[in-house]
Design a protein around this ligand. Structure first.
Ligand SMILES: *Cc1c(COP(=O)(O)O)cnc(C)c1O
Length: 339
């Protein structure tokens, strides 16, 4: 498709030709439907609209140098959507329906998959909505599962370059026994204040600390945090963190590269001791962090002193993107070629 400037694609919505939908009614899932409409016809009392009964996933399809289309660890996304559905009392999408819908949405929009070598990919957005009407606070009896796709460039306009992060303490995205560990829209609504606060003051994302003591690192906006020191990859453990599939994959790669991996509580003061820090998730894969500014104490932690991402983050990033784009062997069996 010539109309796209693939290398300068933003991380935003671009209309594609088709999306795929499946309705849950009378206790069962129906047949997949394909539509080219960008609109949803929904009851005004649907639970997703009033009570946030909604969950989603984010994944990518990559084109390799032979023009083959590669899905990365889709089973993990299917499983996580089921965990999210359980967490807020929605009907679970069976793995077969999840896969069929994702594959269909990607293949029907093949012309929108960015070519190999552009660094861009096809973003896939599965969405599960409580679509049945309720006015009392109760789970819906009907659900809509849908999948749409959109071609995306890098999440941060800087690309694989250091970003600046601000520690925001006057707002929480999630609580220890809340819904932080599942991928529901409500967490994103709760994060908008912090995101806006950080961005309006020139930072790329907020860093959230644990909601109770404000002592431990939780997440960076909608991405997991990691720090590297002494040949060790360290990432926070907390009940309010969303288990990132990118982070899980990086832990496997780091171990394979001979590093130690620690998943544990990470106190903010430990930021002083890291050689490299970063954020990770499907959108950015890895965003190296150059600076963390505490908006309350005005303390600044600096990394990437030469303005470049650290060597270990770079090595891990190249390895993971290499596997995703098919330039490295798929040694962990993470890829499924779908077309
Ligand atoms: C989706 C998400 C992530 C990243 O997860 P991936 O599976 O790596 O894309 C991290 N944190 C939050 C809060 C998220 O919603």
């Amino acid at each position: 498709m010539e109309k796209f400037d693939w290398k300068n694609l933003p991380f935003g919505y671009v209309k594609t030709d088709y999306n795929v939908r499946c309705y849950y009614k009378n206790g069962e899932w129906g047949e997949l439907e394909v539509t080219s409409s960008e609109k949803i016809d929904m009851h005004m009392a649907a639970t997703c609209l009033h009570y946030g009964q909604q969950a989603f996933e984010g994944m990518k399809a990559y084109m390799d140098k032979d023009g083959k289309i590669r899905l990365f660890r889709w089973q993990e996304n299917a499983k996580r959507l089921q965990t999210s559905a359980d967490g807020i009392l929605m009907a679970k999408v069976p793995e077969e329906i999840f896969k069929e819908a994702v594959v269909k949405a990607v293949l029907l929009n093949k012309q929108y998959i960015p070519p190999h070598g552009t660094g861009a990919a096809l973003y896939i957005r599965p969405l599960l909505l409580g679509s049945g009407p309720q006015i009392g606070v109760k789970p819906a009896k009907e659900f809509l599962f849908m999948v749409f796709v959109t071609p995306v460039g890098p999440y941060f306009k800087e690309g694989f370059n250091p970003v600046k992060i601000a520690i925001v303490k006057d707002s929480d995205r999630a609580s220890p026994r809340g819904t932080g560990h599942i991928k529901v829209g409500g967490n994103y609504a709760a994060s908008l204040y912090g995101v806006n606060k950080a961005i309006s003051q020139g930072y790329g994302s907020p860093m959230y600390l644990d909601a109770i003591e404000k002592k431990y690192i939780d997440e960076i906006g909608a991405a997991n945090f990691f720090g590297i020191k002494n040949n060790t990859y360290i990432t926070p453990k907390s009940t309010s963190i969303l288990p990132s599939i990118t982070n899980k994959s990086i832990m496997t790669i780091a171990e394979d590269m001979g590093m130690k991996v620690e998943q544990r509580a990470v106190p903010v003061e430990e930021l002083e001791t890291f050689e490299e820090v970063g954020a990770c998730g499907t959108a950015a894969i890895i965003a190296p962090i150059g600076e963390i500014f505490d908006m309350e104490t005005h303390k600044t932690y600096k990394y990437c002193k030469n303005g470049k991402p650290g060597p270990v983050s770079t090595k891990i990033y190249n390895k993971l993107q290499g596997i995703q784009f098919g330039d490295e062997p798929d040694k962990f069996n993470w890829i499924e070629i779908i077309g």
